[in-house]
Design a protein around this ligand. Structure first.
Ligand SMILES: Cc1cc2nc3c(=O)[nH]c(=O)nc-3n(C[C@H](O)[C@H](O)[C@H](O)COP(=O)(O)OP(=O)(O)OC[C@H]3O[C@@H](n4cnc5c(N)ncnc54)[C@H](O)[C@@H]3O)c2cc1C
Length: 578
């Protein structure tokens, strides 16, 4: 490794700079007693509230280096047990950042610059930038976009390192398909932190591994990311055509086959796009610009929703929108209503009941909600083919379960494929390059009862009565395990790497229509044999055959496992099944 490789970045210096500087007195430490502590010891998901010794608010790369240096000194002196974690947007689904065992949290959300960097000839997004900051800055200043998520408050630090998928991904791939370089503060010898810039075209293999590890390896694994640089970013359509509509749950509850027909045709369309079969409209038009979210809500929500976005500059967009809906759910048998209920992260979209053409940025602002900050549990699945009839029945049964009525619980089925699938599974750390649907199971709740009888509802009620979460956890687990019943309760990867320590049954695996899980929707149940009875461990479900290279990067860049959580990349030879 050359000095130049691990020394200061060839781009803006990793210390103080106009775009990424330190605070006037270095990193700010917020501890108990500080008015900010309550807010900074938690993220968005109110299930996870840590009690760290302090939270470091870092304003620049130099602050991160200093904060890690302080932590290492205290650890060496034996005065700081527990993990150090890093937070950008604070949207982690599990307790990876705000666990009970966390001593220090580094919060980089103040490092939120987005700018063209002439020294890298690339667009820089600092790790603390939110999706909305990234979207608005890239578009207003440069006319560009990252094809990732749009929910406004999600942070680049976690989102990009895990892949980054959104409404433009079928047109332009994942965000990481455009990642050119990453700046990471690493700890290789437990005595000091160092700043490394790893590029796609770095000459050193270890640097290329570090870059590659940030193309889908997930956050909290190798060090603290401070900046990402992108090349070849696409221009979004100048205008998009959107619609949001819904169907009455009562209609479906009376007619299971009608519900199944809708979901079956939805899957058939996106499977057909990949196989060349499916309805004729697939061969009449190109559909890569169309992104859809099918919101299969719990029956308590009253409505099943569908949100669509197409390139509004194409002359055939309105015809395609209508032809797709006519094929999917003809209005004479599937009467449409406005999607006027808020479910999950998206707001009610009453105004988009009629086909609406808007500038891309304006439309994105209408769709960019993150939902309220509350408790949530999530699960995910990639599907390479349509649902089986049994899966459709399981989905219907679980969503209409009369013992669980929660209007904030749903299965969201996003369209996938398109340009995402043009990329080789090993080109980035995201191996899922032949899926056609991406599923996110979600259940949200608030504390709901004053369990400690202090007159208010807050996290202390959950501490007093952990069973508040139980109905929600039970429902989402049973739902997921039912859908994937034939494969051990999880959406297994169809082509397992024979080098892994597993015992795949080819007769079963040949038939599966799934391809694992999304690391940005982490789910600790995948590492629990009570919920994963397959022969595929959690890391195989996320990374497939790419895991070995991620472990190699881990061994080089974080050999002491400083950056760790319940599902962090393990050092080679230390794989844990659970
Ligand atoms: C409302 C909502 C909408 C979403 N929509 C989408 C979507 O459309 N598309 C999509 O792909 N995903 C989406 N996600 C998932 C999202 O991408 C992940 O939750 C992501 O990991 C969040 O990143 P964060 O920085 O906000 O979270 P954080 O909680 O800050 O971090 C998440 C993980 O990354 C690590 N991390 C954070 N910052 C850094 C850093 N600087 N260096 C190293 N590690 C770091 C953390 O330690 C943690 O392990 C959504 C999530 C939510 C809550």
């Amino acid at each position: 490794m050359t000095t130049a490789s691990t020394g200061p970045a060839p781009g803006p210096a990793p210390g103080p700079s106009p775009a990424s500087g330190s605070g006037p007195v270095g990193p700010t430490e917020v501890g108990p007693g500080d008015a900010r502590y309550e807010a900074l010891r938690r993220g968005f998901n109110q299930r996870w509230i840590a009690s760290p010794e302090y939270v470091v608010v870092a304003a620049g790369t130099a602050d991160v280096v200093a904060a890690l240096g302080t932590f290492l000194t205290r650890t060496a002196g034996g005065s700081s047990p527990g993990r150090i974690t890093v937070r950008s947007g604070g949207h982690c689904y599990e307790n990876f950042v705000c666990g009970d065992d966390v001593a220090v949290i580094i919060d980089v959300s103040s490092m939120n610059g987005v700018y063209y960097d002439p020294r890298m000839d690339a667009y820089c997004v600092e790790a603390g930038a939110t999706n909305w900051e990234t979207i608005t800055q890239l578009h207003r200043r440069y006319g560009l976009a990252v094809p990732g998520g749009s929910c406004y408050s999600v942070g680049a630090g976690g989102h990009i390192s895990g892949g980054g998928f959104g409404l433009l991904s079928r047109l332009h791939g994942l965000t990481v398909d455009h990642l050119y370089a990453v700046e990471v503060v690493t700890v290789r010898d437990l005595t000091h932190a160092e700043v490394t810039v790893a590029r796609k075209d770095s000459s050193e293999p270890a640097l290329r591994d570090l870059w590659w590890a940030h193309t889908g390896g997930g956050g909290g694994n190798f060090g603290v990311v401070t900046r990402y640089w992108f090349r070849g970013l696409p221009q979004p359509p100048a205008q998009v055509l959107t619609r949001a509509l819904s169907w009455d749950w009562g209609m479906f509850k009376r007619d299971r086959d009608k519900f199944k027909g809708l979901v079956r045709r939805y899957g058939e369309f996106f499977e057909g796009e990949r196989t060349g079969e499916g309805p004729d409209i697939l061969r009449e038009f190109d559909w890569h610009d169309m992104f859809t979210l099918l919101k299969l809500t719990n029956h308590a929500a009253g409505k099943v929703g569908l949100v669509l976005q197409l390139d509004g500059t194409r002359e055939d967009s309105i015809e395609r929108l209508n032809r797709f809906l006519d094929w999917l759910a003809p209005e004479d048998t599937y009467p449409q209503t406005p999607f006027d209920v808020q479910v999950g992260e998206h707001p009610a979209l009453y105004d988009h009941f009629v086909p609406t053409r808007l500038p891309w940025l304006t439309a994105t602002q209408n769709l960019n909600g993150s939902g309220p900050s509350r408790c949530g549990k999530y699960k995910s699945a990639y599907h390479t083919a349509n649902f089986t009839e049994r899966q459709l029945d399981a989905i219907f049964d679980r969503l209409t379960d009369e013992t669980y009525t929660n209007d904030q619980a749903l299965l969201q089925v996003d369209s996938y494929g398109g340009r995402i699938n043009d990329v080789d599974p090993s080109a980035t750390a995201v191996p899922q390059r032949s899926s056609v649907l991406k599923l996110q199971y979600q259940a949200y709740w608030t504390w709901g009862e004053d369990a400690n009888h202090d007159g208010v509802y807050d996290y202390q009620d959950a501490l007093a009565d952990p069973s508040i979460a139980e109905p929600h956890l039970t429902w989402i687990r049973d739902f997921y395990e039912d859908v994937y019943m034939e494969t051990g309760g999880v959406p297994v990867v169809p082509d397992p790497d024979p080098d892994q320590d597993r015992n795949p049954d080819p007769n079963v695996l040949d038939e599966v229509n799934t391809d694992g899980c999304y690391v940005n929707y982490p789910d600790v149940d995948l590492g629990d044999s009570a919920h994963n009875a397959s022969d595929q461990p959690w890391y195989h479900l996320y990374y497939g055959a790419n895991y070995a290279r991620l472990q190699r990067a881990k061994a080089y860049w974080d050999p002491r496992n400083v950056f760790r959580h319940a599902q962090s990349i393990e050092l080679p030879g230390t794989q844990r099944r659970e």
